[in-house]
Design a protein around this ligand. Structure first.
Ligand SMILES: Nc1ncnc2c1ncn2[C@@H]1O[C@H](COP(=O)(O)OP(=O)(O)OP(=O)(O)O)[C@@H](O)[C@H]1O
Length: 242
């Protein structure tokens, strides 16, 4: 495994938020972390990157225990979190955003990022603030790639985006995954999760309550019903056209 999280606990003040989270991602795998609002998904990602200090449990990255290391060291080691609100520099151009993140040793250089995200190449002279929401998300992922990540973690990358843009980003993430990048995806959009995911973890009140491979997850509607409140077994009522 590239990253192994075992029985991790984390707190905000006295609130015990993560109560034993375990998950793992291997080479070229994409795993998703699903759960209702407030279940602890973002906190799990923040704990892995050291922004929230873990208390108890272990986090092993490429064989080394990284729990408790400062966030800058974890980032330098190659765990890269693309946060929910994208974190791009709005006053800089697309190309400046990309090149300032660049590392010479990264297998992902400007041309590689432009090959995956042709829209970014078209808009390379535009400022970050002139981009659509979808383009900002693509830029955030492109920047992350240029930092030479060994694991990419994405927090709700398609939230609030139009379906056509969601499909575009799914295709781009598929290419990044095919290039061998291990990915942890936090996402509420189940269709996106099942298009991309090899394995799915469901978190509830700070605990992983279910883990399933994609085929099992797709086949078992009761999992989604029970944990995610998505009643997939009830047909959507049809509009009454009289
Ligand atoms: N900075 C903070 N200080 C105190 N409590 C927090 C903080 N951030 C989150 N929490 C609480 O921790 C719990 C887990 O939050 P978290 O953001 O990890 O959930 P989530 O599963 O990512 O949900 P969402 O989909 O709403 O982002 C929630 O009860 C939330 O209110």
């Amino acid at each position: 495994m590239i990253l192994e999280v075992r029985e991790v606990h984390a707190y905000y003040g006295k609130s015990h938020i993560l109560q034993g989270v375990s998950l793992e991602v291997g080479p070229g795998e994409l795993v998703t972390l699903l759960g209702r609002n407030g279940a602890g998904k973002t906190t799990t990602l923040k704990t892995i990157v050291g922004v929230v200090a873990p208390r108890g449990g272990s986090i092993r990255f490429m064989g080394k225990d990284i729990a408790g290391l400062p966030a800058y060291r974890i980032a330098a080691g190659g765990i890269c979190l693309v946060p929910e609100h994208r974190g791009i520099f709005r006053l800089l151009s697309v190309e400046e955003n990309l090149t300032m993140a660049a590392r010479k040793d990264s297998p992902w250089q400007l041309d590689d990022v432009y090959r995956i995200f042709p829209r970014l190449k078209e808009r390379r002279k535009n400022g970050g603030s002139q981009l659509s929401g979808g383009e900002q998300q693509m830029l955030a992922i492109g920047r992350a790639l240029m930092t030479h990540p060994k694991v990419l973690m994405l927090d709700e990358p398609v939230e609030g985006l139009a379906p056509v843009i969601v499909e575009e980003i799914v295709a781009q993430l598929t290419q990044i995954k095919k290039a061998g990048m291990p990915i942890i995806l936090v996402e509420q959009n189940l269709a996106v999760c099942t298009q991309l995911g090899d394995r799915h973890y469901i978190i509830e009140q700070g605990r992983i309550v279910h883990c399933a491979g994609n085929a099992e997850f797709l086949a078992d509607d009761s999992i989604k019903d029970r944990y995610l409140g998505v009643n997939v077994s009830t047909p959507t009522p049809q509009a009454d056209h009289k």
